[in-house]
Design a protein. Structure first.
Length: 180
């Protein structure tokens, strides 16, 4: 067996099994997300990210803050604010100051939001079952769940994205410098 040599930066390349697993995982997730996106747009007129937000709110015991939502769906704060604005404009959520923190925004599902989730969820579940779970045995399902839980937990051990400092944009060419 030949020795795997590090590249110029001293980083070991992925071995063939790692590389194959990486590509198979990414392709599977992309195919799943594409099909789910199509179903959600057809049945509810919403995107996958909007569905994630509505589903998390539907499953929560009460309103969630924008930070809790951003951490839960692994989405940027600015992207989440935009998506929440679209959902609010559609009458599916409400946003208001959080009762225990003036700086936080509380997000709650409206009756219309609950009705939409109830309407699209059966088709969503059928599609997930067909695409993801039908090809797996019970043992496969347990193994996949265990493996992906370890991977997710390893990645989530890092600070949440909402804890990261916001990057400042560079001023436009010719713009006056911004004073703090």
């Amino acid at each position: 067996m030949s020795e795997i040599r590090p590249d110029a930066d001293g980083v070991q390349p992925l071995d063939p099994a790692q590389l194959n697993t990486y590509f198979v995982l990414l392709e599977s997730v992309s195919l799943l997300q594409y099909q789910l996106e199509q179903q959600l747009r057809a049945d509810g007129g919403i995107s996958y990210v909007q569905f994630e937000l509505l589903a998390r709110l539907a499953d929560a015991p009460g309103p969630l803050t924008m930070t809790q939502l951003a951490d839960g769906v692994v989405y940027s704060r600015s992207g989440l604010t935009y998506q929440a604005g679209l959902l609010e404009k559609a009458g599916l959520i409400t946003r208001s100051p959080a009762p225990d923190d003036d700086r936080a925004t509380a997000v709650a599902l409206t009756d219309e939001g609950f009705a939409l989730i109830r309407r699209i969820l059966p088709g969503h579940i059928q599609l997930v079952r067909h695409l993801l779970f039908d090809p797996l045995s019970d043992n496969d399902l347990q193994d996949l769940g265990s493996i992906m839980t370890r991977v997710r937990d390893h990645m989530r051990a890092q600070p949440p994205r909402s804890a990261a400092a916001r990057k400042r944009r560079a001023p436009a060419p010719g713009a006056a410098p911004v004073k703090d």
